[in-house]
Design a protein around this ligand. Structure first.
Ligand code: SF4
Ligand code: SF4
Length: 92
């Protein structure tokens, strides 16, 4: 019985946390700092909305925000980036 209460509480907190993050970030969008990006692709693989893509410039392969309108600002890609290259910024 106690196990059900603990699991239920954790689940509720997780769902509430998701709603809170979405509400807090609803006017935000992901931004790639090209100076920090090393092109590891971790963020591209993580984003289920396919907002990010890889692109090549003179400095090599980098992540770019291809479809900003599809970004929910969930922050999942940020948590995957080990190089502090992703930020949530205000939508312009
Ligand atoms: S996870 Fe970070 S370093 Fe890797 S491609 Fe994405 S933005 Fe660049
Ligand atoms: S914040 Fe979420 S939706 Fe936006 S690019 Fe990152 S993983 Fe995709």
């Amino acid at each position: 019985m106690n196990t059900y209460i603990v699991v239920g509480s954790v689940l509720l907190l997780w769902i509430a946390g998701g709603f809170y993050r979405r509400r807090k970030n609803r006017n935000k969008v992901i931004y790639v700092d090209k100076n920090n990006c090393v092109g590891c692709r971790r963020c591209v693989k993580r984003c289920t909305r396919r907002v990010l893509e890889m692109a090549e410039d003179e400095a090599g392969k980098r992540a770019v925000v291809k479809y900003p309108d599809k970004c929910s600002a969930c922050g999942d890609c940020r948590r995957k980036c080990k190089f502090d290259a992703l930020k949530l910024i205000e939508r312009s």
